[in-house]
Design a protein around this ligand. Sequence first.
Ligand code: ADP
Ligand code: MG
Length: 596
Amino acid sequence: MRTDRLVQGLFVALLLVLPAVLAPFYVTLLNYIGLYALVALGLVLLTGVGGLTSFGQAAFVGLGAYTTAVLSTTPELPGWIAWAGASPWLTLLVGLVFTATVAVVVGSLTLKLSGHFLPLGTIAWGISLYFLFGTLESLGGHTGITGISPITLFGVVLDAGEKIYYLIWAFVMVAVFTTQNLLDSREGRAIRALKGGMVMAEAMGVDTSRSRMIIFVIAALHACASGWLYAHMQRFVNPTPFGLHIGIEYLFMAVIGGAGHVWGALVGAGLITVLKQWLQDILPRLLGSAGNFEAIVFGVMMVLVLQRAREGLWPVLKKLVPVKAPQKTIDPAADTLPRRDLPTAGEVILEARNVTRKFGGLVANNDMNLTVKAGEILALIGPNGAGKSTMFNQLSGVDTPTSGEVLFLGKPVAGRDSREIARMGMSRTFQHVRLLPTMTVLENVAIGAHLRGGKGVFHAAWRQDRAEEARLLKEAARQIERVGLGSHMYEEAGSLALGQQRILEIARALCSDPCLLLLDEPAAGLRLKEKEALGDLLRKLRAEGMAILIVEHDMDFVMGLVDRVVVMEFGQKIAEGLPDEVQRDPAVLEAYLGGV
Ligand code: ADP
Ligand code: MG
């Protein structure tokens, strides 16, 4: 049996017996831990994995709690919603739909904010919702709403702590497992790329704004469910537990537990809840006066964790109990992904017409013309500062020419976003390697296959995507073998040598099944042997009908490999032709010798 499953099974078994052996006070404590863990789990996805810091989660808990409170206690609900008053389960449904709607609205307003503006934005709507709860007459103002009915499940009324305990922890465990599943999927890789890999992910066809919205809504739904459980456990609600300081506390839990790890949410929620209880008891007695001294201790703790264990406590704990999740396996029986028909050799794939790009007074590209044909390798070379990377950006659609146009498969590239261009069959690598260092080589390369799968979040969360996932991983593995990184498949991408990382990027680009490959300085940092291997790989791809454009500084690498060369200097094309011709061209010799 897999040890990770065994440990998880033991944990669930422990959860099942605890209420039988613990005093009611501790069961209540565990209930709170469960409720907090549910919210913190959303923050793991949103903040720890996705890199979007939110101080406002408590407000979403409030939405869940107040929705069910209002619907369960209002005697005469308006006709259209009257059905919801019949059962807490219906109010949960309404709450989730309502919260998702609010999250989409709030998310579309705030998620575009960058840097520290996003957290500030979450503080803003967190405060607004909190004051809304306290101000609205119909929500009972600061006294709140009482008389909320308990939840009934299979005829059992969950009106005591040890009864609702099971429901709360069932929610938590479902959330833990669905979140784990989600992170281990196509959508999950897209989500994990949000933190530090947005440009790369977009180039691989990931809709990063959509992924951001997805985790924002999921985190809000977790909070809403927690609020619903809370309202029916307490049987009354008032605004206090939904304020900004509780929102901060949720973030504390996630960060101290380990914001990047699903189990970190449980550790953080458990630790903070127990510690708070204990400190509230002991500190006033020690210090001989009443007060919220625990807040000070938490502040110090937070600083210590940030200094000593950035990743939170979970990774530290995990080292004590070494439970390894098994390596992903490649299923050789999985279907092979369908492939795009490559254009016939010699057909023009990419064409730049009179492309000019000015940066203020500087003309980085001046009236550039070039074509790349199927089954051909074209090199764009030139001394430093010649305008190669600028040209690369015009060709790949990252930047728009000041004048002139770029046609890919006969269609203009300008104005299209990276995703659409990727979908059309153009794939690229980056001059400065862009990969996700803590993910394995296999997972990094699999991001390249994003557009070749379609299963969404729901399928992933409930493991309904396994057949597709097997196909994507098989394809990723095939590309990794093809570029010669097979023996590094399961290593962290960040542990590879720079040259290997560049090769990884080529495998990732190939994984999208392109007809045009754009490589920005692929040989930089490669050793001679690696350069030879790269050359062989590119020749093989060319033989298969791939069109390849290489932007390169290294003359020697290019000359033995490519079919045609375009040479740039000062933003202009100074020569074009066969490698031999170009090498003898006086203008080129002048540019290179003068440039060095
Ligand atoms: P290469 O890749 O051939 O070394 P680049 O295309 O990076 O050359 O740069 C060409 C020229 O354009 C350089 O003088 C560079 O300083 C300038 N340049 C490139 N990008 C920008 C930019 N975003 N803003 C202003 N100047 C730029
Ligand atoms: Mg450059």
